[in-house]
Design a binder for this molecule. Structure first.
Ligand code: PLP
Length: 462
């Protein structure tokens, strides 16, 4: 077979015939029933497709292109690193200037007491690393049976066998035989969709109920079998839901009471999305491990990390004195090209003052959406923090009655927005329009998003 690399009109066909896409209806794509989208460029908060159409990317790819598209400084850093040293591994004490410098930069930005970084490639593999480190930690402490992990329904932590088990969305479990043994889920901390038995509770009471549920689960399983609780500071893919009032202090108290580690999955919230460097800073959370990915490089190269607390790392170091080197590693851990992208990206976040912009433009966006959607009969909630925002739609918000899922209301609204030149994401297993634009979003671009949401939602009752 000869490869034809000229710009060509065969891409659609090659795509249908050869390219297996994630989270895609494989049969419809292969048959050409659903049109694919071929993206060719990007600048700032916009992408350009193959037909030359500019779209305002209200979801920053998969909430990852935080500094925006087309950043020359990052492209240059990648090219320079590729020329100087494209690769060397990180095993047996090897490192590169880029990987060591980035570890230092991450530690400088991380919350107090979290100073050691293991680099991976994706949020999913970082959570796999976390689960192994948690097991190792307890094995070194002589309690290997303390290995179960508790997650939350509607949490998202990846799509591997273990990370997909942690994810609390049925789509990621059904027909894969997941969740695996040793992974349990508590209720989602979503006040609007609280269970009927919590109907009369206010937010603090609901948070207390959730903490009690976690406490009961740990007691039932046996505290000496439960190793860790994993959670996103703000529930992300499961619906973009900030925690109900009082949630984090109540949860942390339960975990401390049972010596259960806390993994804060900050793949979405890390490096500025909420207007603070980390969601843990934002909510006063004290995790033992933080998962990072997306915003670490703004997706200019694939890189993730597990930031480990000093206390946990002491134990891991002592373990290697007793049992030998860490039995864990990926070929591409701390890849220097990705690390170079990370350094340039973190510098850019500071230079452009993007945390500040995420906080102020995020508030502007939500205020504008709230005003534009006021009085609409199907808008149940406009919520979020920083530049992470959701518009939840329901058949009857007063009765908290959702639409029939088969009606695909949010997906229809998002398709309508796209036809108006704005990309949003219909969040899975719900009717939620998700917005997570690049952190460099301007107010004029925020206005464009507001108009597109209002236009699309306006058509719902038409
Ligand atoms: N954790 C969270 C909170 C995420 O949102 C995601 C992806 O969206 C992941 C983990 C998995 O990351 P990846 O898709 O890079 O494996």
């Amino acid at each position: 077979m000869t490869l034809d690399t000229r710009p060509n009109d065969m891409l659609d066909l090659w795509d249908r015939d050869h390219f297996v896409h994630p989270s895609t209806h494989l049969a419809r794509h292969a048959r050409g029933d659903d049109s694919g989208h071929i993206i060719t460029g990007g600048e700032g908060a916009h992408i350009i497709d193959r037909d030359g159409r500019q779209l305002l990317d209200g979801f920053a790819g998969l909430y990852c292109v935080n500094v925006g598209y087309g950043r020359q400084k990052i492209a240059d850093a990648i090219a320079e690193q590729a020329r100087e040293l494209a690769y060397y591994h990180a095993y047996v004490g090897h490192g590169t200037e880029a990987s060591i410098t980035l570890a230092r930069m991450v530690a400088e930005r991380a919350p107090e007491g979290l100073n050691r970084v293991y680099f991976g490639l994706s949020g999913s593999d970082a959570n796999e690393t976390n689960l192994k480190l948690v097991r190792l930690y307890n094995a070194i402490l002589g309690r290997p049976e303390k290995a179960k992990v508790i997650s939350r329904w509607r949490g998202y932590h990846g799509s591997g066998l273990m990370s997909g088990s942690l994810t609390g969305l049925k789509t990621f479990h059904d027909r894969f035989g997941l969740p695996m043994d040793g992974v349990l889920h508590t209720h989602a901390p979503h006040y609007l969709r609280r269970p009927a038995k919590c109907e009369d509770m206010d937010e603090p009471a609901f948070s207390r109920w959730l903490a009690d549920e976690l406490d009961d689960m740990i007691q039932r399983e046996g505290p000496d079998t439960v190793a860790a609780f994993i959670a996103e500071p703000v529930l992300g893919t499961g619906g973009i839901v900030p925690p109900p009032q009082g949630y984090w202090p109540a949860i942390m108290e339960v975990l401390e009471g049972h010596d259960v580690l806390l993994i804060a999955d900050e793949v979405v919230t890390g490096f500025g999305r909420l207007g603070t460097m980390f969601g843990s800073d934002h909510y006063g959370i004290s995790p033992d491990i933080i998962t990072i990915a997306k915003g670490l490089t703004s997706a200019y190269a694939p890189l993730s990390g597990s930031i480990v607390s000093d206390g946990m790392y002491e134990v891991l170091m002592e373990g290697t004195d007793r049992f030998g080197p860490l039995g864990h590693g990926w070929t591409y851990s701390a890849h220097p090209i990705c690390a170079a992208a990370g350094i340039a990206n973190l510098r850019l976040i500071d230079e452009l003052n993007l945390l500040e912009n995420a906080a102020s433009t995020g508030t502007y966006l939500r205020t504008g959406l709230t005003d534009a959607l006021a009085g609409h009969g199907h808008v149940a909630e406009v919520r979020g923090e920083g530049l992470l925002t959701a518009v939840e739609l329901m058949a009857d918000p007063k009765k908290r009655q959702p639409f029939d899922p088969d009606a695909k209301v949010a997906a229809t609204a998002v398709a309508e927005m796209r036809s108006q030149g704005v990309i949003a994401r219909a969040m899975p297993e719900s009717d939620i329009i998700g917005l997570a634009p690049p952190l460099c979003l301007s107010r004029a671009e925020a206005n464009q998003i507001i108009d597109a949401v209002a236009g699309a939602v306006g058509k719902l009752s038409a």
